[in-house]
Design a binder for this molecule. Structure first.
Ligand SMILES: [Fe+2]
Length: 166
C-alpha cells in the first residue's frame, strides 16, 4: 500500500520495485561504511593515493545510495537504512579490523565492490519488467561502480612486462 494518494505505476508494481531496491539498500550502506573504514585504516605503500581514491568512491556510493533510498520513497514505500537493518541484512563480508595494508585493502575493497556490482545487476534484471526508471538508476550507478572497481583493482595487477618474462 503506497503512502501517497497518487501514483503513476500500478500500486503492486511499484511496491515490488521498491522491494527490489530495499533489498539492495543494506549492501550499499554497508559498502559506504566499509569504504570509510578502509580510507581511515589503510597503511603502507601508496598510502596517499589509495586513501584519497577510497574517499572519492565513498562520495559516489553515498550519493547513489541516497538516490536509491529516495526512489523507494518515491514509489510509496518507506526506506529502511537503520544500523540494525544494515547489520542484519547486508550480504557483504565484514571488513577486517584495525590497520590494513594497501595491498590487502585493495583486495578487500575490490571483492566487496564486485559483490555489490553482481547484486546490482541482479536488481537490474528484476526491475526490467517492473520499473524502467528504477532500473535506469541502478544501471547508471552500476556503470560508475564498475569503473571505480577497475581503478581500484588495476593497482593490484603485477607489471605485465615482468609477468611475461617470468
Ligand atoms: Fe578523510
Amino acid at each position: 500500500m503506497s503512502a501517497f494518494p497518487r501514483s503513476v505505476l500500478a500500486e503492486d508494481v511499484q511496491a515490488r520495485a521498491a522491494e527490489v531496491l530495499q533489498e539492495l539498500l543494506p549492501d550499499l550502506l554497508d559498502l559506504g561504511l566499509l569504504l570509510k573504514q578502509a580510507h581511515w585504516n589503510v597503511v603502507g605503500r601508496n598510502f596517499r593515493s589509495v586513501h584519497e581514491q577510497l574517499d572519492d568512491i565513498v562520495d559516489r556510493v553515498r550519493t547513489a545510495t541516497d538516490e536509491i533510498a529516495e526512489r523507494i520513497v518515491t514509489l510509496g514505500s518507506p526506506a529502511d537504512g537503520r544500523a540494525g537493518t544494515v547489520a542484519s541484512a547486508s550480504s557483504l563480508p565484514a571488513y577486517p579490523e584495525g590497520f590494513v595494508s594497501t595491498t590487502e585493502t585493495i583486495e578487500c575493497v575490490a571483492d566487496r565492490m564486485a559483490r555489490c556490482g553482481r547484486r546490482l545487476r541482479e536488481g537490474i534484471e528484476r526491475l526490467g519488467d517492473l520499473d524502467p526508471i528504477s532500473e535506469d538508476l541502478l544501471i547508471a550507478f552500476t556503470a560508475d561502480l564498475e569503473k571505480a572497481l577497475w581503478m581500484i583493482q588495476a593497482q593490484e595487477v603485477a607489471n605485465p612486462r615482468e609477468a611475461a618474462h617470468a
